[in-house]
Design a protein around this ligand. Structure first.
Ligand code: NAD
Ligand code: TDX
Length: 334
């Protein structure tokens, strides 16, 4: 099989390629990535020399390029996106350009080339937020109620993907996943930011609403679910991917201080994120019953593996750290 993976020099996409080559060593993968501030060739170093792997630097929104790249491709997996809520508050335009227009351009090229499957990676955030004490969780067919420029762009992209299914019969699937943790996550995001700050004995900046919660999944479990959807998922269907493992930011901060043996005085409360979503929780009945998928790692195992990786791989995150923190110089959240 030949895959076109977009955004494969970022966090989840690179772990997807790693996962795929381990499970299907003979498959061919083309990785299209623009190498924005979030994409790095250091992230693909361990598989970059493989004969059946090719890297192309470019934009998913470049129709000429993606038309060429989708030729003789069986499956497109679209991870490429602007992915950080705090950046979307600084510059919403690029989120609409890449996440919405880029997705449409890639879809159009894949449609013309009659690609057999287009799998689109989406997020729990399209459904909006839940109250902290609310009993329900989001189902695949719940209405979208995005509240941030990032999650609005992801919701819009999902609508475009579905439109290609209804209008052109395009063989698409979509997955909505909860918050990922694991190796190669950019140090601008919560867990790697806190782990690497603590390794340097620096403060960990908790946004004021530190009781807000997220549902966490180890990145390999996310990718294993995407694999199940590509293999067994029904065309035109949307699948939620989640674990039920909810933790507040406060709980994560306390656990990291404990695991890294650092003083509580390193916790610092900083101004809140604008339109900070309180909580997301996915109902994952569909993927569990229909595709027999379930996560392998609980949060505690995932956190241990992630911390160990950052401890062993300073060569990867150190060059990114200063630039990652420069975002928070602008927002005052440090
Ligand atoms: P990331 O920011 O680490 O990686 C994104 C990658 O996309 C980078 O390598 C970047 O260079 C590339 N990219 C950006 N714009 C591009 C463009 N125009 N053309 C080609 N490449 C481009 O993000 P991530 O955390 O790995 O997220 C990957 C996908 O998963 C995104 O679609 C995101 O919305 C989704 N998602 C992420 C999470 C999470 O917890 N990180 C959870 C659910 C869904
Ligand atoms: O320094 C911080 N301090 C802090 O309190 C950072 C970076 C975050 N936070 C809080 C904000 C959120 O409540 O931690 C929580 C998680 O924040 P992020 O790591 O920025 O992730 P989030 O906004 O939840 O979005 C992530 O999961 C869903 C990904 O970045 C998205 O791409 C994905 O769709």
């Amino acid at each position: 099989m030949k895959l076109l993976v977009t955004g494969g020099a970022g966090f989840i996409g690179s772990n997807f390629i790693r996962y795929w080559f381990k499970k299907y060593p003979k498959d061919k993968i083309v990785n299209l990535d623009k190498l924005t501030y979030a994409g790095h060739l250091s992230t693909t170093k361990d598989f970059s020399q493989k004969e059946n792997y090719k890297f192309v630097k470019g934009d998913v929104g470049d129709f000429k390029l993606v038309s060429k790249l989708t030729k003789s491709i069986d499956v497109v997996v679209n991870f490429a996106a602007e992915s950080h809520n705090d950046r979307a508050i600084q510059d919403p335009g690029i989120f609409v350009k890449t996440n919405v227009l880029g997705t449409q351009i890639l879809l159009e090229a894949a449609r013309r080339e009659k690609v057999k499957r287009f799998h689109h990676i989406s997020t729990c955030e399209v459904f909006g937020e839940l109250e902290l004490d609310e009993k329900r969780s989001f189902k695949e067919d719940d209405p979208f109620r995005p509240r941030t420029p990032y999650n609005a762009s992801k919701a819009a992209a999902d609508h475009v993907v579905m439109a290609y299914y209804y209008t052109f019969g395009m063989p698409i699937t979509i997955s909505h996943c909860c918050n990922n943790l694991g190796p190669y996550q950019h140090p601008e995001k919560l867990i790697p930011r806190f782990v690497t700050n603590l390794m340097e004995d620096k403060n960990i900046p908790l946004y004021k609403s530190s009781q807000f919660k997220r549902e966490w999944i180890y990145v390999d479990d996310h990718n294993n679910a995407v694999d199940s959807i590509i293999e067994k998922g029904r065309i035109g269907e949307i699948y939620n991917i989640g674990t039920g493992e909810e933790r507040s930011v406060e709980e994560i901060a306390d656990r990291l201080l404990e695991l890294l043996d650092k003083p509580k005085s390193l916790k610092k409360y900083v101004p809140d994120r604008k339109s900070h979503d309180k909580r997301y929780l996915l109902n994952t009945q569909k993927i569990r019953s229909e595709l027999k998928w379930q996560p392998r790692y609980n949060f505690s195992e995932a956190l241990d593996k992630t911390i160990k990786w950052y401890e062993k791989n300073e060569w990867w995150w150190r060059p990114l750290k200063r630039k990652a923190e420069s975002l928070y110089d602008k927002t005052g959240q440090k």
